[in-house]
Design a protein around this ligand. Sequence first.
Ligand SMILES: CC(=O)CC(=O)C(=O)O
Ligand SMILES: [Mg+2]
Length: 220
Amino acid sequence: MASSKNLSRFWEWGRKIICVGRNYAEHAKELKNAVPTEPVLFLKTPSAYVREGAPILMPYYTNSLHHEVELGVVIGKGGKDIAQSSAMDHVEGYALCLDMTARDVQDQCKKKGLPWTLAKAFDTSCPVSDLISRETIKDPHNIKIWLKVNDVLRQEGSTSSMIFSIPFLISYISRVITLEEGDLILTGTPKGVAAVQEDDEMVAGIDDIISMRFRIKKQL
Ligand SMILES: CC(=O)CC(=O)C(=O)O
Ligand SMILES: [Mg+2]
């Protein structure tokens, strides 16, 4: 265990959510983005967290809210300039995450060269599962993450297809941003991202290890 503190409710710690984009070549291609040679990073704030039982709120300014199912890595021991060789010592566990994205807004931001904050960091843009222990996921680079909308499979991908591994990402991020206990790293989404509508129900999972269910509601 990386930490002596109780991170079982890591989302209540108010720590950073660091997201990696385009970490699956097939997803980069489906959005006509170049496959990256270095990780693409962006941030969400802790108010992005939402837990099962509460709805995901579609921002009033989007007509195209996309789902992105992702493996989350929960940091248990902070650090700066972490070496790849010791990076896994900093991992407390994992979480199933969604990186909800206002795709039309993101497209506009890209065209104008503006940051993605409105597209990616709005309240409820980061639904998360319970903490999953490292013992439960022995090989985080060989699990299947999947997502269904109204019972129809939309996304299914293996973490073996990630371009940048978890140790590489921890090392890379920690050279730029000091990692702290309770931080969450979203490791990118496989292909199949698409829009959801009000009242749609999403069920996402990691193999048969964990699943979670969320409904979409419009922000009032
Ligand atoms: C283009 C994106 O929105 C990148 C992203 O979030 C990903 O997971 O890939
Ligand atoms: Mg994403």
